[in-house]
Structure formats: structure tokens, C-alpha cells
Design a protein around this ligand. Structure first.
Ligand code: HEC
Ligand code: HEC
Length: 506
């Protein structure tokens, strides 16, 4: 037992602190980040293994290398604006490896940007270009209603993709990434429980069939529209074929044993394999769990202790949702993170986002969003499904006590230049908080519980979360194999050039 007392305020964390503080008087090595407390590594590791962690989230998985032929083709596709209906938005526009596998924006901007190749802060929607089909209700803000999640470690999901899980494995077999022969439900499925026959093998491939169908993300408002998703995909195949013998067909042949045929299933498979090669799990935390007691700081160890301990034992029980080595239960929970942006067109004010219930059709799922992984979370901000938190510390405070965090929510943390919509933030978020309260009252399984905490606890939790970062994701040279370099302007002359607001290449 790490904590000897069940009473939070007189918990063992304090007792531990006191005893360590006195021994520090005798020990020179206590001049650490916080001389107050030292965590017993053996006890922490016992706690960690008791909740099922081994350190390595990739165990028993078949993962492609970025140098595999299909992944190489996928990288070229991922970086090509040619997959966009206006030739102005690529997958990488919102999922760049140098931007944590996301876009560093609260809410994404895809088509019709003022500067097509400018990624991250400073990417703006061009007011003179279409925002929706009839270009009505223009408000200047980002057209995409949710935050772009990271593509890093995407191969480790076994249950569902997207914040609301609308691409979902029916088998949910551990280690399979959906590839278990049981089928995958997608937005093209006849209903929420029927597999999409064209989903492809993995959740990752299935997901990659949808950004191109989104008008705001990639499709634009002119290409193959009106038209079904199937018609759109055929139009896209034709577009790639039309690049001619030295264009895309040649590159498909390199990945598919000389076969120049281009189909949408191949496009999705190749993109999926490239994404699945983005495995970044070599964190200090992994080294620690695997036996290197010096791999993480004392503060991170205290944070870990809180993260993995139950609330009764003075901890924060983060692991009840951020479970296992991938730090997610892949389930859906109400956390009521601030609802900024234009939302999904639901609710009394028309700009709310009900999350999972829109997919499951089940009211008990209202305001639930999928638990994100916390691997590399340091670099995947802004955080929350609408990207409303731009400091990791603020996100952690929300996880400890959502009501207090919303009451103290500071709008100035948002990028003032991004024209983010937040007029109805309080009203919409209040409804989600009420749902959270109702779920607590009704004892809905897995419901979030408040935690009492100090500022020092928050620092420790943040230090722990930062220990989940694979150093590679902060090192441009290490990321180079995943970035489309040295291939000129790409097979169709439409490679996303990807520079930041200062004009520096990402
Ligand atoms: C305009 C920005 C934008 C573009 C372009 C874009 N995405 Fe995304 N992506 C997002 C957003 C926003 C979400 C979250 C949407 C949701 O959950 O409803 C997302 C979700 C995802 C996810 C799910 C991640 C998870 O954790 O479940 C994957 C994988 C992904 N995108 C890959 C791609 C691929 C592949 C392409 C190109 C075919 C692409 N994206 C194009 C913004 C973008
Ligand atoms: C009841 C389940 C639950 C508990 C307990 C929980 N989380 Fe979360 N966490 C979530 C969900 C769900 C989200 C996504 C919320 C959203 O998208 O709006 C999330 C989001 C996060 C994020 C942002 C990740 C991102 O990519 O945007 C961080 C960081 C985080 N949690 C840390 C913690 C910490 C630290 C604790 C413990 C103090 C904790 N969580 C406790 C379910 C939980």
C-alpha cells in the first residue's frame, strides 16, 4: 500500500512527505526538483503492475515500418493536396509529424485557407472563399468543429476511431487494430451495428476513407458534389489515374508488385499503413516500468502515484479511464470539456456537440467522448475534443474537477487570431456538466468523480504526463523518415509544402 490512510487530507502522501522531509536533512541527494517527498520505486511499480501495465503498448502487434512499400506510398498520399477536391488540403495539413501528429490548432482549418501550405497557428480560412454549400452564416471561424487528434500510435487502437468512435471494430480484438475479420462499422454502414463491406482491414484504413468526404476538411464545395461517398471516391480514383504513367500509377506499382491499378481500397490501405508506422512509444516512463529507476523525475513518480492510485487511497484514479500501457480504455465518458467552435449543429443554440450519442443513438451516451491516449500528450495540444485547453496544466485541472475548471475557464488562453467561436461556450458546457452530475447521481458505470488536489499535485501530474513523451516526437531529425522530403513536389506536383507562420519548413 502506498497510502496508509483512507482519509484524503491526512493521507499517507502527507505522512510520506513528512518522513522523507526529515530524512532529507541527512541526505545530500534530496536537492531534487522537490525535496519534500521521495517515492518508493518498488511500491510504485507494484501499483503499476497491479493495474496491468507492462511498459510496452506494442506487445503482440504486427506493425509496419515506414520504409515498407505500402507505407511509402501512403506517405506520398498523406502529403498530397491532390486528395483534396480543390487541391488545397492534404491529410498532413491537419496531421503533421512536426506538430505532434496534429495541427497545433484548437479547431482545424482544411480547405479554402488563406495560405494553403501554411500549417499550425496562423492558418486561417479565407473569408472570400466558400465556407459551406451556399456560403451562408459565415462567421470567420474555423469550419471544422473538433480538434484534430494525433495520428501517432494510431495502430494501437483496437475499438474505435474519432472522438465519438464512429469508425468502430465489431470484434474489438486486443492487438488487432480492427483486423480480426469481424468487420468495421463506419459512417457508410447501413446502421450502427452493421459492418461496412468496403472498410478495409484495419480501423486506420477504414478511417482514412472519410476525411476526403468532408467538405470542410478536404472535399471542398465543388468537387464531385452533389454525390455519394462512393461516387466521390471514384472521382478521386479517376483524378489520380489522370496524372498519367509517370504520376500516381507508377507509385502504386512500386507498392503493389508492379500493378498500376488505382482503387480507393488501395489508397486507404496505403495511407493506413503509413499512419500505422507512426509508432512512438519509447518514453522515459516505458524505461522506468521496464526497470530503470532513474528514467523519470521524483515529481513524475509522485504524479504517477496519484495517477494510478484510487481516490479512496488519496490518488486521482486517472487510470480508471486512461487505462493500460496505451493510457485509454477506448470507452466514452462525460468530462464536459469546454464546448467551443461551431459544434455539430445540434442543441438549442445549434452549436453544441453531443459526442457519442449521435453515433450510438443512445441518450445515455450524450456528451460522452472517447478517452484519448496520453502517450506523447505533451506535444498533441490543444487538448479536449474542441481543443479548448491550450495548457496541459489546465487540462489536468479539468480532469480533477470539471465544474471548478469550467468556472475558472480563461478564454484568453485561446489563440486570439483564430476567430474561435465561444459565445455559447458557457451555456453548452453547462449542459454537459449537468449530464455529468446526472450520471453521478444515477451511478452510471465509469462516471468521473472529483478529486481533491493541491497545486503541487497538478505539477506532479504534468511531470508524469511529460514522461510519456517519446523524445523522437520532439526531434525533427528523428521524425524525418515520416516527413515527405526528397521527393520533389510529389507524384502529382501537389505535395503539401508545410511551413509555419514564419515560413520555416516543418
Ligand atoms: C482539416 C483538417 C483535417 C484533415 C485535412 C484531415 N484530418 Fe484527420 N482529423 C481531423 C479532425 C478534426 C479529426 C477528429 C474528427 C472527429 O473525431 O469527429 C480527425 C480525426 C482523424 C483520425 C482519428 C484519430 C483518432 O484518434 O481516432 C485519423 C486517424 C485521421 N484523422 C487521419 C486523417 C487522414 C488519413 C486524413 C487524410 C485522408 C486526414 N485525417 C485529414 C482533422 C483533419
Ligand atoms: C472518467 C474518465 C476519465 C478520468 C477519470 C480521467 N480522464 Fe482524462 N480524459 C477522459 C476523456 C473522455 C477525455 C477527452 C475529453 C474530451 O475530448 O473532451 C480526457 C482527456 C484528457 C486529456 C487531454 C488529452 C487530449 O489529447 O486532448 C488529458 C491530458 C487527461 N485526460 C489527463 C487525465 C488525468 C491526468 C486524469 C487524472 C487526474 C484524468 N485524465 C482522468 C477521461 C477521463
Amino acid at each position: 500500500m502506498l497510502y496508509k490512510s483512507k482519509k484524503r487530507n491526512m493521507g499517507a502522501r502527507q505522512l510520506l512527505t513528512l518522513s522523507i522531509a526529515s530524512s532529507c536533512l541527512l541526505m545530500a541527494s534530496c536537492s531534487n526538483d522537490n525535496p519534500a517527498a521521495t517515492v518508493d520505486d518498488a511500491e510504485l511499480l507494484t501499483l503499476v503492475s497491479a493495474v496491468g501495465l507492462t511498459g510496452d503498448p506494442t506487445t503482440d502487434r504486427t506493425l509496419p515500418l515506414v520504409t515498407d512499400p505500402k507505407a511509402k506510398l501512403g506517405k506520398k498520399l498523406f502529403f498530397s493536396k491532390g486528395l483534396g477536391g480543390n487541391d488545397d488540403s492534404a491529410c498532413v495539413t491537419c496531421h503533421h509529424p512536426s506538430l505532434g501528429g496534429g495541427d497545433d490548432l484548437s479547431l482545424s482549418i482544411g480547405v479554402n485557407a488563406t495560405t494553403t501550405d501554411l500549417l499550425g497557428p496562423g492558418r486561417m480560412h479565407d473569408e472570400t472563399k466558400a465556407f459551406n454549400d451556399n456560403n451562408s452564416e459565415w462567421d470567420g471561424g474555423p469550419p471544422v468543429p473538433r480538434n484534430a487528434p494525433t495520428t501517432f500510435n494510431i495502430a494501437l487502437w483496437d475499438q474505435a476511431m474519432f472522438h465519438d468512435g464512429r469508425v468502430e471494430s465489431l470484434g474489438k480484438t486486443k492487438g488487432a487494430n480492427g483486423d480480426d475479420g469481424k468487420g468495421i462499422v463506419t459512417p457508410d454502414s447501413d446502421d450502427f451495428t452493421t459492418a461496412d463491406p468496403d472498410a478495409g482491414d484495419t480501423l486506420t484504413a477504414a478511417q482514412s476513407r472519410f476525411p476526403i468526404t468532408s467538405h470542410e476538411e478536404m472535399r471542398g464545395f465543388k468537387f464531385a458534389t452533389p454525390g455519394t461517398n462512393a461516387e466521390l471516391r471514384t472521382a478521386l480514383e479517376d483524378k489520380l489515374i489522370a496524372t498519367g504513367a509517370d504520376g500516381w500509377p507508377k507509385h502504386f506499382a512500386m507498392a503493389y508488385s508492379g500493378n498500376t491499378e488505382i482503387t480507393h481500397l488501395k489508397i486507404a490501405e496505403a495511407i493506413g499503413e503509413y499512419e500505422r508506422s507512426q509508432v512512438f512509444v519509447e518514453s522515459p516512463w516505458k524505461a522506468y516500468v521496464e526497470g530503470d529507476n532513474t528514467a523519470i523525475s521524483e515529481s513524475a513518480k509522485r504524479g504517477a502515484t496519484m495517477f494510478f492510485s484510487s481516490i479512496d487511497n488519496g490518488g486521482a484514479n486517472c487510470t480508471s479511464c486512461h487505462a493500460g500501457d496505451f493510457f485509454t480504455d477506448e470507452q466514452f465518458h462525460v468530462l464536459a470539456t469546454p464546448q467551443i467552435g461551431r459544434g455539430k449543429g445540434v442543441g438549442a443554440l445549434g452549436d453544441d456537440d453531443f459526442g457519442r450519442s449521435e453515433v450510438s443513438g443512445n441518450l445515455v451516451d450524450k456528451y460522452k467522448f472517447r478517452t484519448p491516449t496520453l502517450l506523447n500528450v505533451e506535444v498533441t495540444g490543444p487538448w479536449g475534443h474542441a481543443g479548448a485547453y491550450t495548457e496541459l496544466e489546465n487540462m489536468v485541472r479539468h480532469m480533477l474537477n470539471p465544474v471548478d475548471a469550467i468556472a475558472n475557464y480563461d478564454m484568453t488562453q485561446l489563440d486570439a487570431n483564430a476567430v474561435l467561436q465561444f459565445e455559447n461556450m458557457q451555456a453548452n458546457t453547462q449542459l454537459a456538466l449537468e449530464q455529468l452530475q446526472a450520471n453521478r447521481t444515477n451511478n452510471v458505470s465509469g462516471v468521473h468523480q472529483n478529486v481533491e488536489f493541491t497545486d503541487a499535485d497538478v505539477d506532479d501530474l504534468v511531470a508524469f504526463l511529460k514522461a510519456l513523451t517519446d523524445p523522437c516526437v520532439k526531434d525533427r531529425d528523428c521524425l524525418a523518415p515520416w516527413i515527405a522530403e526528397g521527393m520533389g513536389n510529389g507524384p502529382d506536383n501537389l505535395k503539401q509544402k508545410a511551413f509555419d507562420v514564419n515560413g520555416d519548413y516543418l
